[in-house]
Design a protein around this ligand. Sequence first.
Ligand SMILES: C[S@@+](CC[C@H](N)C(=O)[O-])C[C@H]1O[C@@H](n2cnc3c(N)ncnc32)[C@H](O)[C@@H]1O
Length: 204
Amino acid sequence: MSTVHSRQAFGLEILKNSHPDIRRLKKESGEASLHGNKFWKSTFVLMDYLNECPPDPGSRILELGCGWGLGGIYCARQFGAEVIALDADDSVFPYLEHHARINGVNVDTIQMRFEEVTTEDLTQFDMIIGADICFWDSMVDPLRELLERAMEAGVERALLTDPGRPTFRQVGEEFQQNYDAVYTDWDVPEPHNAWGLVLDLYNS
Ligand SMILES: C[S@@+](CC[C@H](N)C(=O)[O-])C[C@H]1O[C@@H](n2cnc3c(N)ncnc32)[C@H](O)[C@@H]1O
């Protein structure tokens, strides 16, 4: 059941910033520095799209720019995925770990920037996911190059969602032209009221 301090969505409990547990974590762990300071709604777009186009059961998934990690937590819970959640800012991980715990799954974490993930690292994964991770001009090249390394490494699929920022559109349009990719807008119905862009990239 949703309350003033939390919501139930896609079978998960997601805490709001006003929740006592989150307020306690903020005191203990401090504030995130790169916008990983809350659950961002592009993750609803990711979850809803995954309901229509799910990953293979038991996939090894890397979540990029995980923040509170609800995308990866959803994949672990709903599809039995083995998830590693990556973020440049390690202050997001206590929030992810708390959400993993209350939702009854385990997700491993790693502190790393997109630029640092090597082709060899990426060979461990079947799929990449990411929500709202291309919001500055300076993120376009690192993300584009990471996706290229992922295709080279044999990652089967990369699924990214975004609220429609020009920086993400640049990446989406480029991969739509040059790769086997679905690039589309996506409406998440009531009660979530989210809209976003989806880039679903396949390794062919
Ligand atoms: C807008 S938040 C989105 C968080 C989460 N995906 C969600 O939808 O709730 C962007 C996240 O990307 C992370 N991030 C930003 N730049 C990054 C980089 N170069 N490498 C890895 N993570 C990065 C931030 O720390 C933050 O957690």
